[in-house]
Design a protein around this ligand. Structure first.
Ligand SMILES: C[S@@+](CC[C@H](N)C(=O)[O-])C[C@H]1O[C@@H](n2cnc3c(N)ncnc32)[C@H](O)[C@@H]1O
Length: 302
């Protein structure tokens, strides 16, 4: 489903900034997030099912998708398609930022699909190494590079023609600051794409424990509604172009397996993958109940 939603004013954005802070019940620092990804990345790649796509994100089983590779590649293609209209025609001139790049699966696909230079940033040293190896193996090292660091503390860079963040915005410790940073690094007309989980503002009291479990397990700092996120983006200088709700195309565990893993992972064991399983099963329940939604949001820098 594709749609363009209305935008709210900047007074609303001020209110949202306050709410964004109060949504941060469990706040994870960059070291904790880096540790989470350093410990989990090998398992995400070997058990996650994305294979050569090297995705550390959700598989999207949209109509027409029939293989695991297509399902895990869906968001990569969505990002490439969304960025494309804003790129300059001049050969070799386009620059794109991958804000929370994982092991470079999206950056390399984007560089293979579009005539762009991609700079990816991740908090995880293990991921930077794997991402660089991937770019070299695919012969893309001259156009794709990766840096260890936070998108909250980006170095001075020439302004870019596009940026995207797949499942990394939820880790941002300052949601408003994320959009201010993106606006600073993007040229007018550039596209910004976010694919992530968003809170349904109409979620019930029953949802609270489940949402909290998801946030804890996956080390989230920011779980906002679509409306609150759009208010922050607008206030930082972005015009909403498109919203795609992909929730219906997510697949979860068989209900019996979901119940078993969900129950087992209530035992608080200190393993990083255990936390991921606990958060992931809570998230599956949140999506099923409609308490959270998985969206792709596309903006243009004004
Ligand atoms: C769920 S993974 C997604 C990785 C990748 N986008 C993909 O789709 O395969 C989240 C990523 O966000 C990165 N991340 C989280 N917070 C970050 C921050 N403040 N700065 C840079 N990267 C961050 C993590 O290091 C990790 O690479």
């Amino acid at each position: 489903m594709k749609e363009v939603r209305g935008q709210v004013g900047s007074e609303a954005a001020d209110e949202v900034r306050g709410q964004a802070r109060s949504h941060q019940d469990g706040s994870y620092n960059p070291q904790q997030i880096a540790q989470y990804y350093d410990s989990n990345t090998a398992r995400f790649l070997s058990l996650g099912g994305s294979g050569d796509v090297a995705a550390i994100h959700r598989a999207i089983w949209a109509p027409g998708v029939t293989t695991q590779a297509q399902a895990f590649g869906f968001l990569n293609q969505l990002v490439a398609n969304a960025l494309q209209p804003a790129l300059p025609e001049e050969t070799g001139a386009a620059r794109v930022l991958d804000l929370g790049c994982g092991v470079g699966g999206t950056a390399t696909l984007v560089a293979q699909t579009l005539d762009v230079h991609v700079t990816g940033v991740t908090l995880s040293p293990a991921q930077v190494q794997l991402a660089q190896q991937r770019a070299e193996a695919l012969g893309l090292a001259s156009r794709v590079n990766f840096a260890l660091g936070s998108f909250s503390a980006m170095p001075e860079l020439p302004a870019s023609h596009g940026a995207y963040a797949i499942e990394s915005f939820v880790h941002a410790d300052d949601a408003a600051g994320f959009f201010t940073m993106a606006a600073k690094h993007l040229l007018p007309g550039a596209r910004l794409v976010l694919c992530d989980d968003f809170l349904n503002p109409r979620h019930t009291a029953e949802a609270k424990a489940c949402v909290a479990r998801f946030r804890r397990g996956w080390h989230l700092n920011t779980l906002l509604s679509e409306e609150d996120t759009c208010a922050l983006a607008q206030s930082a200088g972005f015009r909403l172009v498109e919203v795609q709700d992909l929730s219906a195309h997510l697949r979860g565990f068989h209900p019996l397996l979901l119940w078993a893993v969900s129950t087992l992972t209530r035992v608080p064991l200190p393993w990083a993958y255990w936390h991921n399983l606990a958060g992931g099963t809570a998230l599956q329940r949140c999506v099923k109940k409609g308490w959270t939604r998985y969206l792709a949001l596309i903006w243009e820098r004004v």
